[in-house]
Design a protein around this ligand. Sequence first.
Ligand code: 5GP
Length: 206
Amino acid sequence: METPGNLFCVAAPSGAGKSSLVKALLELDSHLQVSVSHTTRAPRGQEVDGREYHFVDEASFMAMVAASEFFEHARVHGNLYGTSRKAIQQRLQAGADVVLEIDWQGALQIKKIFPHAVLIFILPPSWEELMQRLNRRGEDSADVIVQRMANARTEVAQARHFDYVIVNSLFETALFDLKTVVHSQRLKYAAQRRAKSQVFGALGLG
Ligand code: 5GP
């Protein structure tokens, strides 16, 4: 799929700071848009249907899978999550850059269908720091934290398949790194040719 917009997939184990980094990036960069995923998990706290996620039951989700409505989908921590094909294709074709906050399985599926996608993995600086962040955030019970730490080992092992890796030791530095990746991607020859096809055409650049 050749589109003028760029697609960025950001993955990380929970507690690495992915959501805060993506949120800060979106505030700084008006050309970037997020895609709201579908999930079968129940809403948490202040989450609103259609804002954080489209919350659906398993039967509706499976009907969307059967109708090929997802670009990618995966089971993560026992729940189903998926990125709607329509939502991102329209935006990329309209020239927007789209950022997906998804798990590593989804990111690897996307890379197969959309080789231009840029995969970014956020790493914690250490296992100890990850554990401390999960404890500090106070969202999860001790059992859930043990489970998240076990999952994190599997997830972190996937970082080798990603294009870029950012170690989130200091938030501001990690944010700068993320902005740099986005900006560098936009300046690549192939990305510029897709985004500025008229300029390239007029200059005789194929
Ligand atoms: P949470 O339930 O904590 O919001 O998200 C759990 C995990 O699912 C996170 O790693 C999140 O990035 C991932 N996730 C969210 N949306 C999607 C999606 O559309 N596809 C995939 N593959 N993972 C997703």
